[in-house]
Design a protein around this ligand. Structure first.
Ligand code: NDP
Ligand code: 2IT
Length: 450
């Protein structure tokens, strides 16, 4: 197909139109490097410029967030909402509060979310938002004032059939409560405009657990496909927030041994294993006392703390990066491969750099990419939207079955599109990208030029 643009032409255009947005370039390249070979003999996707259109957000909203701290100082942050693509449903995706937040990071997350949400099989488009606000060290009252001010602008751009935000780094139950309360006050409406809500006001059971549990289910399915299981495996986990703690919990349920958890200051290594009681202690430390992971070593003497380091050098069978983007670089992947790692399931979004992904694939490590492996969270968000729309609540057992089935459905789609001719290996990166792409692309073709 000589007259079609090559991936290099396409990426040159993406870089020219989005200067300096390195995380966005990385995410677009990661997806298009598997989509371009797939569409080489499918001219309709070229003719209608589908990749170029998905890689250009429908719109980006940027706004000032002014608030007052406890000392009376006026503080100014920058808020964002990237509405990437609503071809298959309302924009859907989390809100991140972290000082590193910028347009590049939110555009990469909104782009990824579009493919992830497609993979779930539920009718959700892709979006992401956030602010460069640091909740760490702030009082509850300061966080509340920030969330209210953030919503004072965001409310006009969202709605249960328009755009449905949720949590992400720095945004959990507390922040969702403040934002939902303000949205309700501004609009006089009570609808499922946010997910991850408290159970008292329209939230869904198992939403907090869903991302971490889903990442472990995805690993379980990858292992099952080669006749193996999590039981008895040594596992290294990064992060100690929502995704990491519930991933750790499910690993323990499945008979695996969790050796590490981390935060942005360092990691803990507990040779005795981080069991359910210890995990509950960490959940309390992080969500109620808002403490640091280093405090674990005062409580549990079997552990060591490694300041300023990540856990990837600890020998293990399975790895679950659950903190943030680009937390596994090539030397980390090489160390893990040398130590005999069998599988990696990405709980975080894009935690593995591109060259590290290639190293894992080259070494035939089972590699579950984020848009497949961490889709459990947004899936239960989708189920929260369904419950809200129908004014009902489902029981925990039903939701557990739905989540487990959705994760297996995603794994099946990866098998369908990720097979490597002539080998038994599955390229889950290719499988997830192509399966996610096809549904969105075909919907866009149906709409014509819009
Ligand atoms: P939380 O805020 O609950 O926890 C984040 C954890 O990651 C904390 O332990 C935090 O440490 C650590 N972390 C954050 N930034 C960095 C950094 N720059 N370097 C090292 N560690 C860091 O967030 P979540 O658990 O919700 O999110 C974790 C990841 O999972 C993110 O990539 C997110 O996009 C992804 N994700 C989340 C979903 C959800 O449902 N919540 C769904 C799908 C993906 P510290 O306390 O020091 O900041
Ligand atoms: O990255 C993600 O999938 C999330 N932060 C969850 C999004 C959601 O809408 O539940």
């Amino acid at each position: 197909m000589a007259d079609h643009p090559t991936i290099d032409d396409f990426m040159d255009g993406v870089k020219r139109r989005n200067p300096g947005e390195t995380e966005f370039h990385q995410a677009v390249y990661e997806v298009s490097s598997t989509i371009y070979p797939y569409i080489a003999d499918k001219p309709k996707y070229h003719k209608w410029e589908i990749m170029r259109r998905i890689a250009e957000p429908d719109r980006v909203i940027i706004f000032r967030v002014t608030w007052q701290d406890d000392a009376g100082n006026i503080r100014v942050n920058r808020g964002y909402r990237v509405q990437n693509n609503n071809a298959i449903g309302p924009y859907k995706g989390g809100i991140r509060f972290h000082p590193s937040v910028n347009l590049s990071i939110l555009k990469f997350l909104g782009f990824e979310q579009t493919f992830k949400n497609s993979l779930t099989g539920l009718p959700m488009g892709g979006g992401k938002g956030g602010a460069d606000f640091n909740p760490k060290g702030k009082s509850d009252a300061e966080v509340m004032r920030f969330c209210q001010s953030f919503m004072n602008e965001l409310y006009r751009h969202i709605g249960e059939d328009i755009d449905v935000p949720a949590g992400d780094i720095g945004v959990g139950g507390r922040e969702i409560g403040y934002m939902f309360g303000q949205w309700k006050r501004l609009t006089s409406r009570f609808t499922g405009v946010l997910t991850g809500k408290g159970l008292e006001y329209g939230g869904s059971l198992i939403r907090p657990e869903a991302t971490g549990y889903g990442a472990v289910y995805f690993m379980e399915d990858m292992l099952k496909n080669i006749g193996d299981a999590i039981e008895g495996k040594k596992c290294i986990v990064s992060g100690s927030g929502n995704v990491a703690t519930f991933a750790a919990q499910k690993i323990v349920h499945r008979g695996g041994k969790v050796l590490t958890l981390s935060d942005s200051d360092g990691f803990i290594f507990d040779e005795a294993g981080i069991d359910l009681e210890k995990i509950n202690w960490i959940i309390d430390l992080k969500t109620k006392r808002r403490g640091r992971i280093s405090e674990y070593t005062q409580q549990f003497k079997s552990a060591k703390y490694f300041e300023g380091q990540r856990p990837w050098n600890v020998p293990a069978d399975l790895a679950f990066p659950c903190a943030t983007q680009n937390e596994i670089a090539l030397p980390d992947a090489q160390a893990m491969i040398k130590n005999g790692v069998k599988g990696v399931s990405e709980g975080a979004n894009m935690p593995t750099s591109q060259d590290a992904v290639h190293a894992f694939l080259h070494a035939n490590v089972l590699f579950g990419p984020a848009k497949a492996a961490n889709a459990g969270g947004v899936s239960v968000s989708g189920l929260e939207m369904s419950q809200n729309a129908a004014h009902i609540t489902w029981k925990e057992g039903e939701l557990q079955v739905h989540l487990r089935d959705i994760m297996t459905g995603i794994h099946d789609k990866c098998l369908q599109y990720g097979g490597m001719p002539g080998t038994k290996h599955i390229n889950y990166v290719q499988g997830a990208n192509v399966a996610g792409f096809v549904k969105v692309a075909d919907a866009m073709l149906a709409f014509g030029v819009v």
